[in-house]
Design a protein around this ligand. Structure first.
Ligand code: WTA
Length: 656
């Protein structure tokens, strides 16, 4: 485990911005006290937020020790889509459930709760007509179009766990995930728009399926027409989305699930091995998504919530789809990039739709900040009440910019800390009750217990810096890693006995506020995307001209972290170019993993037991040439000078 490096925000003075009211603070304190004194009562009460076919009588029966068992609301029965759709039909059938804004000007679609219910039911019936049944996995590989949200809810309606995949994954990456999840159907697009480019979706799936060969279980590929580009269709396997739902009934009996039946699988990266599918269960996830969203972004009639995350990430699942819809609000989806087709596009969308809560990532905030204050200044952003952020640490200056320039010092900045594994917000302010500190994700939500530990997992009290752990289960906690419970137990529960280890470093200040310092394991966070160093190194290893490779994350102004790869070539092989290696990574992992820099070096720094010392590589990649700290663990310290010389030579040759 690497040591925690201080991020710039820790060096900034702390400012508390008030706006809290005594009434709300008292209510919040009472909720925290309830959660601590009677967790079962607390969570059974929160469970009433959603619709159950059979109410649960028990909350958690979880244990973080032994084999590790996470279970919530075990005797409850429900269907997730009912809480998002059916139960709203009485009161808000004609209220917009989804506003979709296309990248092309004027391309817009609004679906009321009634219309969304119809679309979801027809799609669910269509999936059933293809033989998809309860328990079958369905992969969704779509850009930000309404059909993505519709497909997720359609899967939920028939009890088929969805596996949403990011459009940026390579065909190899998709293939790996299709095989691992055993998906029986894929819902994809012809092609997707991304700025001036087109991203091939259908052909990526074709390649992925070819790659998977006979070990894949996919029977059908359903193609949504997004751009109208020509794509090959395979007889008997491929079918157009519109053709499939055309004659389907608008009534679809929901499959009633046990609370612990999986609702979805979602792949994320860890420090070792292949991407892992995190499994989330129906009852606990729905209560949790509804509670966290409703608590942190309280909604009023007429509100419009816009989460800019791709639906392929956990933020998209919980804050574009399930959280907003379970709370009966209007969710907005935008197809495009932040500043496309022009700067100011986001502010235009906020003004036109009177968006009340915006939720995005620090990487987007930094990019928007660069465009200057003029663009947001020309739009009316007065509808905004909350400005959310998550996915990476936000610096105090970006926080202040968001607060002052976008929120005009009226809207609250809501820095929320969570993970694919937590499925919802663990740390975050409750507006009106939690004073904010720029750069801090504040405190745990009521019902949640967190601690800071030292490197050995011992709990630290008071102001402290160390490892971030969660002490008791929460309803939306990941149940397991798909088909690998051993990896689940070892990754999260062996670091500190009886606690869930998040993999993050944290500092707690004198006021009990938490300041996340970044990942402590070998996971790189590029623009909010988690990428394991092992994934990159495995991708490079397929090139037989290379002996070994090590990937590290370095600080990057825009992306938060950027990837730098050190490669050792086999002695007898020459002619390897850094750009070839970068291309191999883009091809095998995905475009989002493209490195900033590839260095060809003669040796990698290793410990006596052969472990690569990434901490040292990270410093060298960031341009440090001395003061490396204790190097006594290195098998051979002379490697340091050789490395610095190799790196300097390549940096220099680039400048000529
Ligand atoms: C990081 C994204 C600092 C963290 C929701 C975590 C954050 C990883 C914050 C999970 C935040 C998330 N401040 N860091 N507010 N939120 N992170 O699974 O390192 O894509 O472990 O979920 O993002 O990334 P994931």
């Amino acid at each position: 485990m690497s040591s925690v490096t201080p991020t710039p925000h820790e060096l900034q003075p702390q400012i508390i911005i008030a706006g809290v009211t005594p009434g709300q603070t008292a209510a919040y304190d009472a909720l925290v006290a309830f959660g601590e004194s009677d967790p079962d009562g607390f969570w059974l009460n929160e469970a009433k937020r959603i619709t159950w076919t059979q109410d649960p009588t028990r909350a958690s029966t979880s244990s973080f020790t032994g084999d590790v068992r996470i279970r919530w609301f075990e005797d409850g029965r429900l269907n997730a889509s009912v809480s998002c759709l059916d139960r709203h039909l009485k009161e808000r059938a004609d209220q917009p459930a989804l506003i979709w804004e296309g990248e092309t000007d004027g391309d817009r679609r609004t679906l009321t709760y009634r219309e969304l219910h119809t679309q979801v039911s027809r799609t669910a019936n269509a999936l059933r007509s293809l033989g998809v049944k309860k328990g079958d996995r369905v992969a969704i590989h779509l850009p930000m179009v309404a059909e993505g949200l519709i497909s997720m809810l359609a899967c939920a309606r028939i009890g088929a766990p969805h596996v949403v995949m990011f459009g940026g994954f390579s065909p190899e990456g998709i293939s790996e995930r299709l095989v691992d999840s055993g998906a029986v159907a894929v819902i994809t697009a012809d092609t997707a728009r991304r700025g001036s480019k087109r991203i091939p979706h259908k052909t990526a799936i074709d390649q992925a399926l070819k790659h998977a060969g006979t070990i894949g279980a996919v029977r059908n590929v359903i193609v949504v027409t997004v751009t109208g580009d020509e794509v090959p269709m395979k007889d008997g396997r491929d079918i157009r989305f519109t053709d499939l739902i055309k004659n389907q009934s608008a009534d679809c009996e929901p499959e009633i699930m046990n609370a612990e039946d999986p609702l979805f699988l979602l792949y994320t990266s860890g420090s070792t091995g292949k991407p892992k599918a995190i499994v989330h269960a129906t009852g606990g996830y729905m209560v949790w998504a509804s509670y966290t969203f409703g608590t942190v972004y309280p909604q009023e009639p007429g509100d419009v919530h816009w989460c800019t995350a791709d639906i392929a990430w956990i933020t998209g699942h919980s804050c574009v789809v399930y959280g907003p819809l379970a709370n009966g609000t209007t969710t907005l989806m935008y197809e495009g990039l932040p500043s496309w087709p022009r700067a100011g596009r986001w502010w235009d969308i906020i003004q036109r739709n009177r968006v009340t809560s915006l939720f995005t990532a620090p990487t987007a905030i930094r990019a928007l900040m660069r465009e200057g204050d003029d663009f947001p200044g020309t739009f009316d952003l007065s509808s905004l009440r909350s400005l959310g952020t998550a996915g990476e640490p936000i610096s105090a200056d970006a926080w202040m910019w968001y607060y002052e320039v976008i929120g005009k010092s009226r809207a609250a900045v809501i820095d929320t800390w969570w993970q694919t594994e937590t499925a919802g917000i663990i740390l975050g302010p409750v507006v009106g009750a939690t004073p904010m500190k720029p750069g801090s994700a504040t405190k745990p939500l009521p019902g949640i217990g967190v601690v800071v530990t030292d490197d050995k997992g011992n709990v630290l009290e008071g102001a402290a810096e160390g490892c971030f752990c969660i002490t008791t289960s929460w309803p939306g906690q990941a149940r397991t890693i798909w088909q690998d419970h051993k990896r689940f137990r070892e990754t999260y529960f062996t670091f500190s006995e009886g606690k869930y280890f998040t993999g993050d470093g944290v500092r707690r200040d004198e006021d009990g506020y938490y300041w996340i310092t970044g990942r402590m394991d070998d996971v790189i966070n590029v623009s909010g995307h988690r990428i394991g160093t092992a994934e990159i190194e495995d991708a490079v290893a397929v090139d037989h001209r290379l002996a070994e490779a090590a990937a590290v994350g370095i600080q990057h102004d825009l992306k938060g972290q950027g990837i730098v790869v050190f490669v050792v070539t086999r002695a007898s092989r020459s002619g390897v170019r850094p750009e070839d290696i970068a291309a191999v990574i883009s091809r095998n992992v995905g475009r989002y993993a493209a490195p900033e820099k590839v260095y060809l070096v003669s040796e990698l720094p290793k410990t006596r037991s052969g472990k690569i010392v990434r901490r040292l590589l990270r410093k060298i990649a960031e341009g440090q040439t001395g003061e490396f700290g204790d190097l006594s663990s290195l098998a051979d310290t002379s490697v340091v000078d050789t490395l610095i010389a190799d790196v300097a030579r390549q940096n220099q040759s680039e400048n000529v």
